[in-house]
Design a protein around this ligand. Sequence first.
Ligand code: MN
Length: 200
Amino acid sequence: MPFELPKLNYPIEGLEPYIDGKTVEIHYTKHHATYLANCNKALESHPQFFEKTMEWILSNLEQIPQDIRTIVKNNGGGYYNHNLYWENMAPAGTKEPSGKLLQNIETSFGSLANLKIEMEKTGLARLGSGYSWLSTDKDGKLVVHSTLNQDCPLSEGFKPLLVVDVWEHAYYLKYQNRRAEYLTNWWNIVNWQVVQERYS
Ligand code: MN
C-alpha cells in the first residue's frame, strides 16, 4: 500500500492568527502532498518498501536501493517531517508539558522558557531551509538541533519529539522575512500532549 496523507486534526484556519489558513492550505495540499506523491512514485519500482513504516525507511536509508535513495531521503523525509509538524500543532490554548517530560526539560535546559529560546535560536540559525527539533539522542537525552532541507532526525540517530518547519513556505505569506516572529508566535499552537505521547 502506498503511503497516505494524514488528515489534519483541525480545520485549515484552525491555527490562526499564528499561521494563516492560506499558508496551511498551500503547505499541506501542495508541498506536503507533493513530497508524498514523489516518495510513493519512487518506491513503485521497489514495492517491498511499502510494507515498511516510513520511520523504518528513514532510519535505514543505507538499505534503500541506491537508484532511489536520494529521492526517498528527500521526499520520504518531506513526507514524514510534515506529518510530525502538523500533528504537533493544535488550535491555541493547549496545556504546557508536565510530569517527566517537563522534569527532563528542566534538567536539560534549565526551564521550559529556555528550551523555547534554544529552539527559536536553532531555527533562526538554520541557513536556508530546514527544521528546528526537540529530539532524544542515542542515550535518551533531550537535545535541540536542526536539520537541513528535508533531512530527518531518524537518519541521524535521533528520535524526534517536536518540530517546527523553518522553510520560508511555512511562514512567508504572513511573516515575510520575519522568521523570528513566526518562531515566537508558534509556541501558542504547540500540541504538547502529542509531544508527551511521543516521549513516553
Ligand atoms: Mn514545509
